[in-house]
Design a binder for this molecule. Structure first.
Ligand SMILES: [Fe+2]
Length: 402
């Protein structure tokens, strides 16, 4: 049997600083340790550069014998692995869809499914368990959230002609002032949570990122509506800021998203519907209608994520209960919703300054509060709370709504 021909790689005039090592490495790839590879080429520095490269990778270089024709050097393949990635592990499964129950912090920012070279910095992502952040609807919700993004300049008719009585305009501005403040809280809470999620769960990151963009847009449109007629903003109460302060102070991801999305934004869905119904002008109506569509997604993710977690962690409901009770106690001595906001809602629902109209407006705001209570109760039941407990917890929710 004739031995297989000795492999030769021809580098032509390509130098090592021009990529010649790629050809050498490729030619060595299928040779066993101890086998020789002839290297030919015209670059003056070839033998020196080849020696340096081989030393680094554990191969040896042998100078050619007289009869070796054009061969400039022989590379004796070392036993070290040519592939520095053999020791590396993948960040999760081998496919980008391979989501694992617990992400390794040492994967850092590596793409899911990438081969991760061992070593390097370990970023401080502390939400590394899938069940703490995940919901199966997250990828689909992200896709629809992206498709549903809207441009305030395009979709809202800011130049629609209308003039409101001063007191009605002031009521709108007061409500917008309150909405801006609450949206600020939502944006900050989400941004903080987002920065803690391990990149392995990137669909949740993406969804929260779009949610943050939603909140940014809401801040814009509520502010623009408030200032549309050249007025000054309304009031911000201590009690409102105290309520939002307890939300911002909640470090637990699930508890924070429960307070924010399930209870807070859930209540806002009713508020925005109310404002849509009683909007005294087309801009206010458009602004509240569009923001409500986004908020419905935010609530959907919050509920789905907590449903997922409650299914795998029966103790979760106890913790959700505790956080509502604790917050209720912390806010017990505070004034609840800003009175100016409450009165603005009554004014908008009344529409005119007669005793009968104000009475009706007041009743409608009471009805709104009842709807909010019912909405929260239903969502709590969806999280698995018994009916009586859901009713109790719904009634303990902050009167600031968020
Ligand atoms: Fe939101």
């Amino acid at each position: 049997m004739t031995p297989p021909p000795v492999p030769i790689v021809d580098l032509a005039d390509l130098g090592f600083e021009e990529g010649a090592h790629l050809l050498v490495r490729r030619a060595l790839k299928h040779l066993p340790p101890g086998a020789e590879l002839g290297v030919t080429g015209g670059d003056q520095a070839l033998p020196d550069q080849l020696r340096t490269w081989c030393r680094k990778l554990g191969h040896h270089v042998r100078l050619p014998d007289d009869g070796d024709a054009n061969v400039r050097a022989w590379v004796v393949r070392g036993s070290a692995d040519l592939d520095r990635w053999t020791q590396a592990q993948r960040a999760g499964g081998a496919t980008p869809d391979g989501i694992v129950p617990r992400a390794d912090p040492s994967w850092g920012l590596a793409a899911r499914g990438a081969l991760v070279e061992p070593g390097g910095p370990v970023p401080p992502f502390d939400l590394i368990d899938r069940d703490l952040v995940w919901a199966d609807i997250a990828p689909g919700l992200y896709t629809s959230a992206v498709a549903a993004q809207w441009n305030p300049d395009v979709v809202i008719q800011w130049d629609a002609e209308f003039t409101l009585p001063d007191e009605i305009e002031r009521a709108v501005v007061q409500v917008m002032t309150y909405l801006v403040e609450n949206k600020q809280a939502a944006l900050v809470v989400l941004a903080r949570l987002l920065g803690r999620i391990h990149p392995h769960f990137r669909e949740v990151q993406q969804l929260l990122a779009v949610q943050i963009a939603d909140e940014a847009r809401h801040l814009e449109v509520f502010s623009r509506r408030a200032l549309l007629k050249g007025g000054v903003l309304g009031t911000s109460s201590v009690s409102g800021r105290e309520s939002l302060g307890t939300l911002l102070a909640e470090p637990d991801f699930s508890l924070a998203s429960f307070l924010l999305s399930v209870l807070g934004e859930g209540s806002f869905l009713n508020l925005l519907s109310f404002l849509d119904r009683h909007a005294p002008d087309p801009v206010t109506r458009q602004v509240t209608r569009l923001t409500r569509q986004d908020e419905a997604r935010h609530v959907a993710f919050g509920v789905a994520h907590l449903q997922h977690q409650a299914a795998v962690d029966p103790a979760l409901r106890g913790r959700l209960r505790t956080v509502v009770e604790r917050r209720h106690e912390a806010l017990a001595g505070t004034g609840g919703m800003n009175e100016d906001v409450f009165e603005a809602l009554v004014t908008l629902a009344a529409g005119e300054w007669t005793p009968a109209a104000i009475g009706r407006g007041h009743e409608k705001v009471r009805l709104l509060q009842r709807e909010m209570y019912e909405g929260r109760r239903h969502r709590l039941i969806r999280l698995g709370f018994p009916a009586n407990e859901a009713a109790e917890l719904s009634s303990l929710h902050t009167r600031n709504l968020m």
